[in-house]
Write a protein that binds this ligand. Structure first.
Ligand SMILES: [Fe+2]
Length: 412
């Protein structure tokens, strides 16, 4: 009778407690920046494949296979939740979002909940377009409301609090943990030149975050925080344009409520850095070699994060080496000796591969013993300018970024 009365009261006030799992031990898969692009937007274009192979290593034309293999990997992993930290689509095409929502919904049939948030490419994108036989063609982009509606069963249905002025929301993982999915995109693009790379948390979002952190604290739960943009610089050359604007204010707020780590994406590289004692765990892009996702397990306050590659027969490392080589081609023409040029290029291409996968610290000796390495510090290096700094910035990594364990109860 008492139980019935409680249920009646909960239904009456519309505040049913929605938890993702009743278990104390939780497992969350974090995937990000898959930049899915619906095939019909480029299948008529003969040169699209070559065009992408000059890009940044995203395996856009493999999107369908990667998603198929990824979904199978997630089903095998049986997490409580799949968290996607933004840049779900290439450039916010409505059709790409629609297809992703359909594909992700399959996981619900296996009892796996999914929660998404938008990245800087997903909403009101002014670069949304298709590639036809001869010309680009117009493609519908996606508004804030369309996003909320498309993913209504992929995160928003679990929300225990929703911020109406952004796409931020909160979900309760179990009796101990609440997860904030923070929308760090401004949705107010005017020029579109940088697609708001740095991201911004609006005043009203700040108010909502503070209110939620305070409620979570009062109710005795531990807050987990995720957002698309990074809360600190991860590389001296990839810094201000990728890190959340006014990040110190955000970091101070998280520290005030004892948040120990954030889950982010955006830079496509696997990287973990600390700022004022908070770990910013960046999972690399799902469609960039080695096609990996993060696994976050929390048991009795012990956090264990590690990466896992999707089970696939796609040769992503070869693809990434090929694209990096294409990209560096022109700049390396400054090196006249062909043999030296190729050897130097091999060094940078390989360093890039390990850097993006987060394993460079384990491969430093291999890089430094390559035949082309010493040339970067001789007169040949002077001809490359930026690339010597780029190589050095990557090689300054001293840690492996594919695993991290710590206790939520440990003081910093
Ligand atoms: Fe991004």
């Amino acid at each position: 009778m008492k139980k019935l009365l409680i249920i009646f009261i909960l239904v009456l006030c519309g505040c049913q407690s929605k938890v993702v799992t009743e278990d104390e031990k939780i497992k969350i898969i974090v995937a990000t920046d898959m930049h899915y692009y619906l095939k019909e937007y480029y299948e008529e274009c003969d040169w699209y494949e070559d065009y992408v192979a000059m890009g940044d290593g995203k395996m856009i034309t493999y999107g369908d296979q990667i998603m198929d293999d990824f979904i199978q990997s997630v089903i095998k992993e049986k997490p409580d939740l799949l968290l996607i930290t933004g840049d779900i689509t290439l450039n916010g095409e409505y059709g790409s979002h629609q297809e992703m929502a359909k594909r992700l919904s399959v996981l619900n049939d296996y009892g796996i909940e999914v929660a998404v948030m938008p990245g800087n490419h997903d909403i009101d994108n002014i670069f949304t377009k298709g590639y036809g036989k001869e010309n680009n063609f117009k493609v519908e982009n996606t508004s804030v409301e369309q996003f909320r509606n498309l993913y209504k069963n992929l995160g928003y249905h679990l929300s225990t609090s929703t911020h109406t002025e952004s796409l931020s929301y909160e979900i309760q993982i179990n009796s101990q943990y609440s997860l904030l999915l923070i929308d760090s995109n401004t949705h107010t693009l005017t020029s579109g030149s940088a697609l708001d790379n740095g991201g911004k948390i609006s005043e009203s979002t700040y108010e909502w975050i503070e209110e939620r952190l305070s409620v979570i604290q009062k109710e005795g739960r531990i807050p987990l925080v995720s957002l698309h943009h990074n809360i600190t610089d991860h590389n001296e050359l990839l810094n201000s344009s990728y890190t959340l604007r006014d990040n110190q204010r955000f970091v101070d707020l998280l520290n005030q409520y004892g948040v120990k780590f954030t889950l982010t994406g955006h830079i496509h590289a696997q990287n973990i850095k600390q700022i004022d004692g908070i770990y910013d765990i960046v999972t690399s892009s799902l469609v960039v070699a080695p096609l990996q996702y993060g696994v976050l397990e929390i048991d009795s306050g012990n956090v264990n994060y590690y990466t896992q590659q999707i089970e696939t027969d796609i040769e992503s490392n070869d693809y990434f080496l090929m694209v990096s080589s294409n990209r560096f081609e022109e700049s390396f023409e400054a090196i006249t000796d062909e043999d030296v040029r190729e050897k130097m290029k091999d060094v940078l291409v390989k360093t890039n591969l390990y850097y993006f996968g987060g394993t460079l610290a384990d491969h430093k000796d291999e890089i430094m013993s390559m035949e082309g390495y010493p040339y970067f510090f001789l007169e040949e290096g002077e001809k490359l300018g930026f690339y010597v700094s780029y190589l050095n910035s990557m090689l300054s990594e001293t840690l492996n970024h594919n695993a991290l364990s710590f206790s939520l109860y440990q003081s910093k």
